[in-house]
Design a protein around this ligand. Structure first.
Ligand SMILES: C[S@@+](CC[C@H](N)C(=O)[O-])C[C@H]1O[C@@H](n2cnc3c(N)ncnc32)[C@H](O)[C@@H]1O
Length: 315
């Protein structure tokens, strides 16, 4: 039977009977120290805790305090081994942790964000247009729409929303926001504006517009960038790093970082390897969910998983 938590957020790429699992790549073992940088509802953490046993330790970070409290409740049977931190993973190097054997992140939003109408992540439910993971700080999406320049909005829609008509869409929304002819304080206000401007095409544009605003409001690319710069110093020799992303931009950034960490230094004259790379690639090809997993959990559809292992000695 499904528990309440599983019915709220189904962890992706975790069930081996349906396809590949992050555990096959990261191989948690008894006594390991794990950092779950996106605790969410604790689904992946629970799987790690089962594998690392009573001598293992887990640190769970989440920018969303409400999710973190739910994960804490779910994982209370392991509370002696867990430390939960309400923070953005971009600050991981400031948190004074020593080394980890596994560092894992499952980027983006949880299904609870979408299901909780009050959070403003869904254009289907009427709510304040918020979209922040961490409601204790930063600008809401509504404030961003009123504060951004037209060019900023074009960039946000083009880059984060991959909207084919980014300029048209951004300019129209920008004009309306300035003229205050419609309210952009709520999800429904924005939805009605997009419907007024784009008619039947609104239903294709709205998911991309909401995605673009979410990525901008939470500075998701900036956070990922700082996280990627911090984690090589936090992983123990032989330790593994795995990241699930849901957007091509994020996946590209993870792929580039992993490529840089796994490329040996070559002698410019001879082309011979002068220095071994500090990491080796664990996922030769990006890992994606099986059709069976997507059928059961459509939100897994765009998941992409990549992993690397730190070499024992990098001389
Ligand atoms: C896809 S969910 C994780 C789900 C989790 N693996 C599970 O099985 O329940 C992503 C979580 O990461 C959090 N998050 C996203 N970006 C973050 C960041 N920069 N720092 C900390 N937490 C972040 C979100 O609040 C959300 O709870």
């Amino acid at each position: 039977m499904m528990s309440t938590h599983e019915s709220l957020h189904v962890p992706v790429l975790l069930n081996t009977s349906e396809g590949e699992s992050v555990l096959e790549y990261l191989k948690p073992k008894p006594g390991d120290r794990v950092l779950d940088a996106t605790e969410g509802l604790g689904g992946h953490s629970e799987a790690f805790l089962r594998a690392i046993g009573p001598t293992g330790k887990l640190v769970g970070i989440d920018a969303d305090e409400e999710n973190l409290l739910k994960a804490k409740e779910r994982l209370k049977g392991w509370k002696q081994q867990c430390t939960f931190v309400h923070d953005n993973f971009r600050h991981v190097s400031r948190l004074n942790f020593s080394e980890f054997d596994i560092i894992f992140a499952d980027l983006g939003m949880s299904s609870l964000h979408v299901d909780d109408a009050q959070r403003g992540f869904s254009f289907r439910a009427d709510a304040p247009l918020d979209l922040r993971f961490d409601r204790s700080k930063g600008m809401t999406a509504s404030q961003l729409l009123h504060a951004a320049s037209e060019e900023e909005l074009v960039r946000i829609f083009k880059v984060y929303g991959e909207l084919p008509q980014a300029r048209r869409c951004a300019s129209a929304i920008f004009r309306e926001a300035r003229q205050h002819s419609v309210s952009l304080d709520t999800t429904v206000g924005l939805r009605q504006l997009v419907e007024k401007l784009f008619g039947f095409r609104a239903k294709f544009l709205l998911p991309q517009i909401f995605q673009a605003l979410r990525i901008a409001v939470n500075d998701e690319m900036g956070a990922l960038e700082e996280f990627l710069a911090s984690i090589p110093a936090l992983i123990a020799p032989n330790g593994s790093i795995g990241i699930i992303s849901f957007h091509s931009l994020e996946d590209r950034r993870v792929k580039e970082a992993f490529r840089a960490w796994t490329t040996p230094e070559k002698d410019p004259r001879t082309g011979a390897i002068a220095k071994q790379s500090p990491f080796e690639l664990l996922t030769r090809k990006v890992v994606v969910p099986s059709e069976e997993e997507i059928r059961r959990n459509p939100r897994a559809r765009s998941a992409r998983f990549r992993a690397v292992r730190r070499r024992e000695i990098t001389a």
